[in-house]
Design a protein around this ligand. Structure first.
Ligand code: GLN
Length: 197
Protein backbone atom coordinates (compact mmCIF):
# COMPACT_ATOMS: atom_id res chain seq x y z
CA UNK A 1 0.00 0.00 0.00
CA UNK A 2 1.22 3.56 -0.66
CA UNK A 3 1.29 6.09 2.19
CA UNK A 4 -1.91 7.67 0.95
CA UNK A 5 -3.82 4.42 1.03
CA UNK A 6 -2.75 3.45 4.52
CA UNK A 7 -5.76 3.87 6.81
CA UNK A 8 -5.18 6.11 9.84
CA UNK A 9 -6.09 4.08 12.90
CA UNK A 10 -6.11 5.55 16.38
CA UNK A 11 -4.91 3.67 19.45
CA UNK A 12 -6.34 4.88 22.74
CA UNK A 13 -3.13 5.73 24.59
CA UNK A 14 -4.31 6.32 28.15
CA UNK A 15 -2.88 3.19 29.72
CA UNK A 16 -1.78 -0.32 28.80
CA UNK A 17 0.21 -1.67 25.89
CA UNK A 18 -0.82 0.81 23.21
CA UNK A 19 2.67 1.03 21.68
CA UNK A 20 2.63 -2.71 20.85
CA UNK A 21 -0.72 -2.14 19.09
CA UNK A 22 0.72 0.80 17.16
CA UNK A 23 3.61 -1.38 15.98
CA UNK A 24 1.24 -4.22 15.02
CA UNK A 25 -0.88 -1.75 13.02
CA UNK A 26 2.18 -0.41 11.23
CA UNK A 27 3.22 -3.97 10.33
CA UNK A 28 -0.31 -4.62 9.08
CA UNK A 29 -0.39 -1.72 6.62
CA UNK A 30 -1.98 1.09 8.67
CA UNK A 31 -0.74 4.39 10.05
CA UNK A 32 -1.20 4.35 13.85
CA UNK A 33 -2.13 7.53 15.73
CA UNK A 34 -1.97 7.73 19.54
CA UNK A 35 -5.19 9.18 20.95
CA UNK A 36 -5.23 10.90 24.36
CA UNK A 37 -7.92 13.54 23.83
CA UNK A 38 -11.39 13.33 22.29
CA UNK A 39 -10.46 15.95 19.65
CA UNK A 40 -7.87 13.51 18.29
CA UNK A 41 -10.64 11.18 17.08
CA UNK A 42 -11.43 13.60 14.26
CA UNK A 43 -10.25 12.34 10.90
CA UNK A 44 -9.43 8.80 12.04
CA UNK A 45 -10.62 5.83 9.97
CA UNK A 46 -10.80 3.43 12.94
CA UNK A 47 -9.75 2.96 16.55
CA UNK A 48 -8.20 0.31 18.81
CA UNK A 49 -9.10 0.20 22.50
CA UNK A 50 -6.17 -1.70 24.08
CA UNK A 51 -5.90 -3.86 27.17
CA UNK A 52 -5.19 -2.40 30.58
CA UNK A 53 -7.60 -1.93 33.45
CA UNK A 54 -11.08 -1.10 32.18
CA UNK A 55 -12.12 0.71 35.40
CA UNK A 56 -9.08 3.02 35.17
CA UNK A 57 -9.75 3.66 31.50
CA UNK A 58 -13.42 4.39 32.22
CA UNK A 59 -12.53 6.96 34.89
CA UNK A 60 -10.34 8.78 32.42
CA UNK A 61 -12.96 8.61 29.65
CA UNK A 62 -15.67 10.03 31.85
CA UNK A 63 -13.83 13.35 31.86
CA UNK A 64 -14.19 15.92 29.08
CA UNK A 65 -17.02 14.04 27.29
CA UNK A 66 -14.50 11.53 25.96
CA UNK A 67 -16.92 8.66 26.70
CA UNK A 68 -19.76 10.27 24.70
CA UNK A 69 -17.44 10.98 21.78
CA UNK A 70 -16.39 7.33 21.79
CA UNK A 71 -20.02 6.18 21.77
CA UNK A 72 -20.52 8.29 18.62
CA UNK A 73 -17.26 7.14 17.05
CA UNK A 74 -17.91 3.45 17.64
CA UNK A 75 -21.40 3.74 16.15
CA UNK A 76 -20.03 5.04 12.86
CA UNK A 77 -16.42 3.81 12.42
CA UNK A 78 -14.62 0.48 12.87
CA UNK A 79 -13.39 -0.19 16.40
CA UNK A 80 -11.42 -3.07 17.88
CA UNK A 81 -11.21 -3.72 21.62
CA UNK A 82 -8.69 -6.12 23.14
CA UNK A 83 -9.12 -7.43 26.69
CA UNK A 84 -10.04 -4.32 28.75
CA UNK A 85 -10.98 -2.74 25.40
CA UNK A 86 -13.40 -5.62 24.73
CA UNK A 87 -14.95 -4.95 28.14
CA UNK A 88 -15.42 -1.29 27.20
CA UNK A 89 -17.17 -2.21 23.92
CA UNK A 90 -19.60 -4.78 25.34
CA UNK A 91 -23.35 -4.31 25.61
CA UNK A 92 -23.24 -5.54 29.21
CA UNK A 93 -20.42 -6.02 31.75
CA UNK A 94 -20.59 -8.36 34.75
CA UNK A 95 -18.42 -9.09 37.80
CA UNK A 96 -19.04 -6.32 38.74
CA UNK A 97 -21.37 -4.48 36.37
CA UNK A 98 -19.88 -1.29 34.92
CA UNK A 99 -20.67 1.28 32.28
CA UNK A 100 -19.71 0.44 28.69
CA UNK A 101 -19.93 1.83 25.16
CA UNK A 102 -22.43 -0.86 24.09
CA UNK A 103 -21.03 -0.97 20.54
CA UNK A 104 -21.02 -4.76 20.44
CA UNK A 105 -23.87 -7.18 21.09
CA UNK A 106 -21.98 -9.21 23.69
CA UNK A 107 -22.06 -9.78 27.44
CA UNK A 108 -18.64 -9.89 29.10
CA UNK A 109 -17.63 -11.14 32.53
CA UNK A 110 -14.46 -9.53 33.91
CA UNK A 111 -11.54 -11.48 35.42
CA UNK A 112 -13.36 -14.69 34.63
CA UNK A 113 -10.50 -17.16 34.92
CA UNK A 114 -9.57 -16.73 38.58
CA UNK A 115 -6.20 -16.06 40.17
CA UNK A 116 -4.42 -19.35 39.43
CA UNK A 117 -4.77 -19.18 35.68
CA UNK A 118 -5.05 -15.44 35.29
CA UNK A 119 -2.43 -15.37 32.55
CA UNK A 120 -1.84 -18.04 29.93
CA UNK A 121 -1.00 -18.65 26.31
CA UNK A 122 -3.43 -20.86 24.41
CA UNK A 123 -3.15 -22.00 20.80
CA UNK A 124 -6.52 -22.87 19.29
CA UNK A 125 -8.40 -23.32 16.05
CA UNK A 126 -9.65 -20.17 14.36
CA UNK A 127 -11.91 -19.23 11.48
CA UNK A 128 -9.09 -16.99 10.21
CA UNK A 129 -7.26 -18.63 7.31
CA UNK A 130 -3.76 -19.86 8.12
CA UNK A 131 -4.15 -22.45 10.86
CA UNK A 132 -4.27 -22.31 14.68
CA UNK A 133 -3.93 -18.98 16.46
CA UNK A 134 -1.77 -18.17 19.49
CA UNK A 135 -3.72 -16.19 22.11
CA UNK A 136 -2.07 -14.45 25.07
CA UNK A 137 -4.52 -14.02 27.96
CA UNK A 138 -3.81 -11.63 30.87
CA UNK A 139 -6.51 -11.40 33.59
CA UNK A 140 -8.87 -12.03 30.74
CA UNK A 141 -12.59 -11.48 30.60
CA UNK A 142 -14.94 -14.16 29.25
CA UNK A 143 -17.56 -13.49 26.59
CA UNK A 144 -20.61 -15.18 28.08
CA UNK A 145 -23.23 -14.24 25.50
CA UNK A 146 -23.30 -12.93 21.92
CA UNK A 147 -26.12 -11.72 19.69
CA UNK A 148 -27.16 -13.39 16.43
CA UNK A 149 -25.14 -10.91 14.29
CA UNK A 150 -21.86 -11.68 16.01
CA UNK A 151 -19.37 -13.93 14.20
CA UNK A 152 -17.20 -16.09 16.43
CA UNK A 153 -13.70 -16.35 14.95
CA UNK A 154 -11.91 -18.18 17.78
CA UNK A 155 -12.68 -19.69 21.17
CA UNK A 156 -11.01 -20.49 24.47
CA UNK A 157 -12.44 -23.52 26.25
CA UNK A 158 -15.67 -23.14 24.32
CA UNK A 159 -16.20 -19.42 25.05
CA UNK A 160 -15.70 -16.92 22.21
CA UNK A 161 -12.30 -15.18 22.39
CA UNK A 162 -12.32 -13.34 19.04
CA UNK A 163 -15.56 -11.91 17.67
CA UNK A 164 -16.70 -9.56 14.93
CA UNK A 165 -19.99 -7.79 14.39
CA UNK A 166 -19.82 -5.77 11.19
CA UNK A 167 -17.22 -3.04 11.81
CA UNK A 168 -16.69 -3.91 15.47
CA UNK A 169 -14.16 -6.49 16.65
CA UNK A 170 -13.22 -7.72 20.10
CA UNK A 171 -10.62 -10.12 21.49
CA UNK A 172 -10.38 -11.28 25.09
CA UNK A 173 -6.64 -11.86 24.48
CA UNK A 174 -3.72 -9.63 23.42
CA UNK A 175 -2.99 -10.16 19.70
CA UNK A 176 -0.41 -7.34 19.80
CA UNK A 177 1.81 -9.55 22.01
CA UNK A 178 2.08 -12.38 19.45
CA UNK A 179 4.10 -12.29 16.24
CA UNK A 180 1.14 -13.42 14.16
CA UNK A 181 -0.44 -10.36 12.54
CA UNK A 182 -3.63 -12.01 11.18
CA UNK A 183 -5.91 -10.36 13.75
CA UNK A 184 -4.58 -6.83 13.16
CA UNK A 185 -4.63 -7.42 9.41
CA UNK A 186 -8.30 -8.37 9.61
CA UNK A 187 -9.02 -5.12 11.46
CA UNK A 188 -7.00 -3.04 8.97
CA UNK A 189 -8.93 -4.71 6.11
CA UNK A 190 -12.22 -3.95 7.90
CA UNK A 191 -11.17 -0.30 8.23
CA UNK A 192 -10.03 -0.13 4.60
CA UNK A 193 -13.36 -1.59 3.40
CA UNK A 194 -15.37 0.85 5.55
CA UNK A 195 -13.32 3.82 4.31
CA UNK A 196 -14.16 2.98 0.67
CA UNK A 197 -17.90 3.22 1.29
N1 GLN B 1 -8.76 -7.46 34.07
C1 GLN B 1 -8.83 -6.27 33.26
C2 GLN B 1 -10.19 -5.58 33.40
O1 GLN B 1 -11.08 -6.15 33.93
C3 GLN B 1 -8.55 -6.58 31.80
C4 GLN B 1 -7.16 -7.17 31.68
C5 GLN B 1 -6.43 -6.81 30.41
O2 GLN B 1 -6.81 -5.90 29.67
N2 GLN B 1 -5.34 -7.48 30.20
O3 GLN B 1 -10.35 -4.47 32.98
Amino acid sequence: MTEQQRPRIGVLAIQGDYSAHAEALRESGAEPVEVRKPEQLAGLDGLILPGGESTTMLKFLEKRHFFDRLVEFSASKPVFGTCAGAILLAREVRNPPQRSLAALDAVVERNAYGRQIDSSIVTAETELPGGPLEMVFIRAPRIVDTGADVEILARRDGSPSLIKQGMVMAATFHPELSHDRRVHRLFVETVAAATKN
